[in-house]
Design a protein around this ligand. Structure first.
Ligand code: OAD
Length: 309
């Protein structure tokens, strides 16, 4: 045998052993993405009809609403004027019952309708219109998903919203319009029902120490049917919302669009051989959505949607 033949034989023996596909790709049966990048993710998205979005405050910063935890610009770094025991007290029920004024002062700034939906909100509306979306789970209380025209039955407001408020004593319901108008003149909202002794009216946003809304409990069903998860603009620091990415099926690809790595994406960035489905786009949400619009060949539909709004 010549040197050349021996070399060939060596190569084929190596190839034979490599033909054992379980060794080659342990994730072969559950891998849905050709590559772990945005173009491959977008290609896969085209086949999906049960996409779930998980939204955080980062999808609304380009609308002028601060997020919570970004150093310097986040809300929790800018509450000194309220003299709180700690920044999160502003959303704590016990503290609200003792001193509701800081929360209402902040509410005047944060009340929806002072803000407009972003490219990201309209991108989600676009995919809803394309029948690609199962649900949008949002932690945001700004209502911008609704203002972008997405119907309420597609949205789970995991941390509630300003849309309604309730008297903490008699449970009378108040509208956002009522709360907004009252707050133009008053610093604290009290119930106006005659039979009530003037309980505090609290917007229906979920405070630390309160239960999540009933609609959140559908998450098991939604996430078990989810074929594509997209997490956007959140630090994934607040449970139980932060645990939701773990509730999808083992073959469900997951994309994070954020300024920084969070949640399980932090571990997999250094553990690529075990990763078959986590994709990350470290970017501004709006810029990433514009990239996706292009990759999904939906530019004309998106332009039409933006023109209408
Ligand atoms: P955070 O402020 O904790 O996280 C926002 C994340 O979005 C950070 O990782 C930012 O880097 C990122 N980010 C900000 N602007 C961005 C942009 N334009 N593009 C891409 N990424 C951007 O906000 P949440 O995770 O939403 O709860 O906070 C979760 C919960 O904590 C809130 O719902 C609120 C708060 O306490 C309650 O009030 C109950």
């Amino acid at each position: 045998m010549s040197q050349f033949d021996i070399q060939n034989l060596d190569n084929s023996i190596q190839n034979l052993s490599l033909d054992d596909e379980t060794v080659q790709d342990p994730f072969k049966d559950i891998r849905k993405l050709e590559k772990l990048d945005l173009p491959s993710f977008a290609k896969y998205m085209k086949t999906c009809s049960n996409i779930i979005f998980m939204n955080g405050a980062g999808i609304s910063t380009s609308a002028g609403i601060p997020d919570f935890r970004s150093p310097g610009t986040g809300l929790y770094d800018n509450l000194q004027k309220y003299n709180l025991p700690n920044p999160q007290s502003i959303f704590e029920l016990d503290y609200f019952l003792k001193d509701p004024e800081p929360f209402f002062t902040l509410s005047k700034e944060l009340m929806p309708s002072n803000f407009k939906p972003t490219i990201t909100h309209y991108f989600q509306k676009l995919l809803v219109d394309q029948q690609m979306v199962r649900k949008i789970y949002t932690q945001n209380i700004d209502n911008l998903e609704l203002m972008a025209g997405i119907s309420n039955d597609k949205i789970i407001h995991a941390h509630g919203s300003f849309r309604t408020g309730h008297c903490l004593e008699c449970r009378t319901e108040y509208t956002m319009e009522w709360m907004k108008k009252k707050l133009e003149k008053e610093n604290i909202l009290y119930c106006e029902k005659e039979e009530c002794s003037g309980g505090l009216v609290k917007p229906d946003i979920v405070f630390f120490g309160e239960c999540l809304p009933n609609e959140f409990m559908n998450f098991r069903h939604d996430f078990s049917e989810c074929d594509c998860l997209i997490v956007m603009g959140t630090s994934l620091k607040v449970a139980p919302f932060s645990k939701l990415p773990l509730a999808v099926k083992i073959d469900c690809p997951k994309l994070l669009i954020n300024r920084d790595l969070v949640g399980e994406w932090q571990n997999y960035s250094t553990n690529t051989d075990k990763n078959y489905r986590l994709v990350v786009e470290l970017n501004e949400c709006d810029a990433a959505c514009l990239k996706l619009v292009k990759l999904l060949d939906l530019e004309k539909d998106f332009e039409k949607l933006l023109r209408k709004n």
